[in-house]
Structures are given as C-alpha cells and as structure tokens.
Design a protein around this ligand. Structure first.
Ligand code: TPP
Length: 499
C-alpha cells in the first residue's frame, strides 16, 4: 500500500507532505515527512560546546575570544583537528562531507515530492547510505568511479572536490529525476550518476552490471601505466596516453548493494579481479559494498555477504560501520591507500541502513516489522554525523538545523526550476546519440581503427598479437613507427563519432 501524498496533503515544512503522525495512522512506513521530523527531533536533543557558527571559524579559545566567558570551556576543535580522538577525519573535512550528506538527503526528499505530483520519475534514493560521502572523501577526484544508485552523497562530494558548484551538482541529480534533456550524462533518458568532468562513469540500474566494467577500468589503468612506462614507447607516447587517460596511480572505485553480490556479473567481476592478483596483473579496483541487508524485499541472510566477500581469493577485505562518518572514512582511507600502493583489488564492506523503503512505491511494512524499520531509523547516518560534529564542538544543534533548512530550500528551489526544462519528446530524440544505421560507414571506421590498433600493437610487441600475421609483419618495425601508428589510432578515434 502506498501513501497518496497529493490527497493527504497538509503543509509540513513547505513540502506538502502528510505529518508523520498522520501517516503512521494510515500505514507503518518511513515517509519523507517522518525522516525529516525525526532528524529535527534528534538534533534538538544534542548538546555540545560549540557556538553554532557554520561553516566553522577557528575554535573559540578563552584567551582570544571575547565571547568565550559565556561558553563552556573547550573541547571546541578547529578545522584541522581530528573529529574524534585519533581519527584521520578532520573537523573541516567532516563538515564538507556532512554538507553533502544533508544535500543528498534533501535530493531524496525532493524526489518524493516531485513524484507526488507526477513531475519526477525516479524515487530510489540514498537515504541511510549517506556514509558513502566518506568514501569519496578518501579518494581523489581523478579516481574513476562507477556508482551504486544509492551513492548520492559520494557524487556530491566528488563534485565539490572537483570544484563544481554545489548548486550545479544538485541540479545534475534533479535533472535526472525529472528526465530533463539537460541532465549531463543521460540527457533525460534515465536517472544515473555520471559526469565526465568528475570521472564518474555512468552506470545503469541493472544491478552489478558495472562491476565487470570496473574491472575493465582497473585493467585499463594498469595497462596504460605499464605501456606508458615501457622503454620502447618513449616520452611522446606516454604524454599521449596520460593526457587522455587516468593517472598512473589511479584507483577505480565501484559501489553496489549487498544483494548485488549474488548477481552473475558481480560474481564474475570479483572472480576476475581476484584472478588478476594471482596472475600478477595489476588491478587497482576498490569495490565498495553498501550493505543495507535487503534486496528490495528479500533479506540477505545473516553473515552471507561478509563471508562471500571475505572469502574471495585475491581480494583484500575491510569492513566498517557505514552509518558512522569517522569509521567509514578511516576504513575507506586505509582501503584506498592499500589499493593505490599495492595495485591490487580490495573490497570495503559498509554496514548501512535503507530508509524510506526501496523506492517511493514500496510499502516495506509488507515484509518488515515496524520494529525492524524503527531500528534502522535509529542508525540514520545524518543524525550520527550531526551528533559527532556537535559533540566535537564544531557546530551546535541550531547551526545544524539552520544549514539543513538552507540546503533544503536551495534543493527545493532548484527542483522547481528543472521541472520546466525540456524533455526528450520523440523516440528519434532518445536514440539520437546511438550509432545511426549507416552500417557501411561504421564498418569502415571500425576496420580503419582496428588496422591502426593492430599495427601499433605489433610495433610495440606488448601482447594482443592479433592477427598474428600482422603482428609478425610489424615486429621488425623501425624505431618511431609505433609512435606514428599510435597517432593514427588516436586520429581515427578523434575524427569519428562512432569510435
Ligand atoms: C540485473 C537486475 N536484476 C534485477 C533488478 C531489479 N532490482 C532492482 S534493485 C534490486 C535489489 C538490489 O539490492 P541491493 O544490491 O542490495 O541494493 P539496494 O537497493 O539494497 O541498495 C533488484 C533485484 C535489476 N535492477 N537488475
């Protein structure tokens, strides 16, 4: 049974949702209004030593702050200090991650709001998974990422790391929700996380289908690095490779859900990554399993996911509480560092919760008890992050709520803006970027590119000797030939849209 937000409309915080009490009477399910109210209620309970500024200024110290007398004594912490004793996550970084967590939550709320009057078409959200902000924080903005559909906070942190304006990043996501043709990666065809400038490779909702692609990206990174450093290539080739590819020490990151580990594509990808380790092939891939214990309405059996991931040969396993920013950041930093240094695959297993059901149309009460749903709500990562920041004295409850409302307002305003944007109107619009049916030209292009690749591969003598005859013919190429051949590959690729 789903809640009809339109007919039950009562104004709550401007979104027009029914109140939590109204919904609880009708059906026991976590709603947007519920989540919003619980967050506000929980934050109001927290106390800490901060003065409530946002963003944080330097810590208020009794010796130089005029207002210090009125405040409780330290432990107010500065931006560069650890959020929790011994943690690598600093207060300043935590605040950046928390902003992304808040925005991700508001994007979920906006998705439900847009859906309620038929202007939004996608409601699978990231609520309960916002700890993935810390995974992004532990990586570099140039590390290629293939994201789970619940990795919204990751996307926003990556955008911030890359210098993308926060409003633009929110708009990216909102455009996906309303199928705007201006959405940056799918152009209104689907709601996905992806942006070329952010090294976020778009993935579909076909669960686990992106894991083999991540293995491919990991392999490409290692191939590229190996070939660029091969003595027969010289500096010119290295420059060409690296200008169009990933940094030589990049790590590919790939997030997915717990039920996805059972999918054949995931099994194959994890197998291939582990196999590469035994084979001595570099495979710098960090798999991140965001485990909320459910695949739609089906529970992952207790211990199954951990055992599956931990027992994978060739894969280094780490686990963390995905609802705790410090814990997640700590484990993600260790995991990313390990993969970067060893050029071997690892899996980070994060314990998350799923808030507001699988998607908007899901009445999880049909397959979960109210107690189970309430237990997950207790682990809300947004509340947990706020608590950490308040207790550390970075902000106070009022500061958190003010920022929460500010971001909420910004997201809501942008949501209203994108509703009016053009959408793809015809089937021809939808398929326009696909290779048109000019098969002779496609065949010609592929043949030219293949010739160039084969010639170059043969020159370079680095494997892929196909077809063997061509490789043998070119094996005695003169110095410099391989560079010319490589230029032709790049030329073909650059000059033809089918490449
Ligand atoms: C290949 C494929 N099979 C089935 C589905 C339908 N489906 C959508 S989400 C989902 C469950 C995924 O669960 P999990 O991997 O745990 O991710 P979660 O949604 O819990 O984060 C399924 C089976 C799909 N999208 N793709």
């Amino acid at each position: 049974m789903s809640v009809d937000f339109v007919t039950q409309r009562k104004t709550i915080r401007g979104y027009g949702w029914p109140t939590a009490a109204e919904v609880r009477n009708a059906v026991s399910v976590t709603t947007p209004g519920d989540l919003d109210e619980r967050f506000r209620g929980a934050i109001a309970e927290f106390t800490g030593p901060a003065a409530g500024s946002w963003p944080i200024a330097e810590p208020a110290r009794a010796d130089h702050d005029a207002g210090a007398e009125a405040r409780p004594a330290a432990p107010v912490r500065g931006a560069g200090e650890p959020l929790r004793a011994g943690a690598r996550l600093t207060c300043g970084e935590a605040l950046t991650l928390f902003e992304a967590q808040i925005a991700s939550r508001h994007l979920d709320l906006a998705a439900r709001w847009l859906r309620s009057f038929n202007e939004g078409y996608y409601t699978i959200g990231s609520s309960g998974h916002e700890g993935n902000a810390a995974v992004a924080g532990a990586l570099r903005s140039t590390d290629p990422a293939l994201l789970h559909y619940r990795s919204g906070a990751f996307y926003l942190v990556r955008a911030a790391q890359s210098g993308r304006d926060a409003a633009d990043a929110y708009r990216d996501v909102l455009r996906g929700l309303v199928a705007s043709a201006r959405e940056p990666i799918a152009g209104g065809r689907h709601k996905v996380f992806g942006h070329a400038d952010l090294a976020v490779i778009p993935t579909t909702s076909t669960i686990a289908s992106h894991l083999p692609r991540a293995v491919g990206v990991g392999f490409a990174i290692s191939r590229q690095a190996a070939e660029a450093s091969a003595p027969q290539y010289g500096e010119a080739i290295e420059a060409e490779w690296t200008s169009g590819g990933w940094p030589a020490d990049a790590v590919a990151i790939c997030s997915f859900g717990d039920a996805s580990v059972n999918q054949a594509a995931a099994t194959a990808a994890l197998n291939a990554a582990g196999w590469a380790t035994y084979r001595g092939i570099d495979m710098p891939v960090l798999f991140v399993c965001e485990d909320n214990g459910l695949g739609v309405s089906v529970r992952s059996p207790d211990g199954w996911v951990a055992d599956v991931l931990r027992s994978r040969p060739g894969l280094h396993y780490l686990a963390a509480d995905g609802c705790d920013l410090v814990d997640t950041y700590e484990a993600a930093t260790t995991a990313a560092g390990w993969v970067r240094e060893n050029r071997r695959p690892a899996v980070l297993h994060l314990a998350t919760v799923r808030l507001m059901g699988h998607a908007g149309a899901d009445a999880e009460v049909a397959y979960r008890t109210s107690a189970e749903i309430a237990k997950d709500a207790q682990r809300d990562p947004l509340v947990r992050s706020a608590q950490l920041l308040i207790e550390a004295g970075v902000v106070d409850a009022a500061g958190v709520l003010a920022r929460y409302d500010e971001i909420g307002w910004q997201v809501r305003t942008l949501a209203e803006e994108v509703i009016g944007e053009p959408k793809l109107a015809t089937a021809a619009d939808v398929i326009a970027p696909l290779a048109p049916r000019r098969s002779a030209r496609v065949a010609q292009t592929i043949e030219a590119a293949a010739d160039a690749v084969n010639e170059w591969r043969g020159c370079a003598r680095v494997g892929f000797r196909w077809p063997p005859a061509r490789a043998r013919r070119t094996a005695h190429a003169r110095p410099g030939d391989q560079r010319d051949a490589h230029r032709r590959v790049v030329g073909v690729a650059a000059s033809d849209p089918f490449w």
